[in-house]
Design a protein around this ligand. Sequence first.
Ligand code: 9MR
Length: 260
Amino acid sequence: MLDDRTMFGQLTAANSMKWDATEPEQGVFTFAQGDVIANLARQNGQLLRGHNCVWHQQLPSWVTSSNFNAAELTSVIQNHCVSWDVVNEPLNDNGTFRSDVFFDTLGESYIGIALKAARAADSNAKLYINDFNIEGPGVKATAMLNLVKSLQQQEIPIDGIGFQSHLIVGEVPAGFQQNLEAFTALGIQVAITELDIRMTLPETAALLEQQKQDYTTVIEACLNTAGCVGVTIWDWTDKFSFVPSTFPGYGGCLPVGRGA
Ligand code: 9MR
């Protein structure tokens, strides 16, 4: 099914391009797993979204536990960032910066370090910051808008914002489209990058009907926004989704059910 370009115009690796997979030891790069996805996309004539470069999870312990000073960690990031969803989840839900090895050592400057390194490595790749709970207007979306403006003022390359969109049936945030437009008004792209819409189990006909409407609302918000470049669903079948383990009691979040 994944090979069908009429259904999937682009592929994203859910795990195999993360830091623990690509640089498990300092300076030792292994792209074997990521290449499987990249080659699949190439064979099928699909686009490839690189995910992700700098994130607080799935880091090898040499990054988190070496007590690098700022200069050392700067060069660690520069060495690692080749392209893609360059910075993943930099903000807390209250709009402040997330505390992790990068922010705690470098402050918000780590974001610019990563983006500039990615631009230097690949002048063609579109460079994104990707986050969740920024889909509707609110304090976190405002903080992200402010981050984009601040990067632009500093002339740091930023091409787009990814809206992860791990949503709940019946709770698509009001103002989704206007919010996308608030970002494109800054002259950048937006993308829906990790869409899934979960429901409390068991699945019922009413929940499935509401879910259909919710998927339509999200996809139409993107289609109606000039500058929204695409929609990525996070896994395509419920069989592989992260949702049931992260959100116990929830599931049925993807277009293809567990049985398929
Ligand atoms: O789908 C990914 C799952 O297989 C991993 O176990 C998990 C580890 O944290 O990461 C999942 O993907 C995450 C994505 O990289 C960033 N946004 C949240 C996604 C769900 O946790």
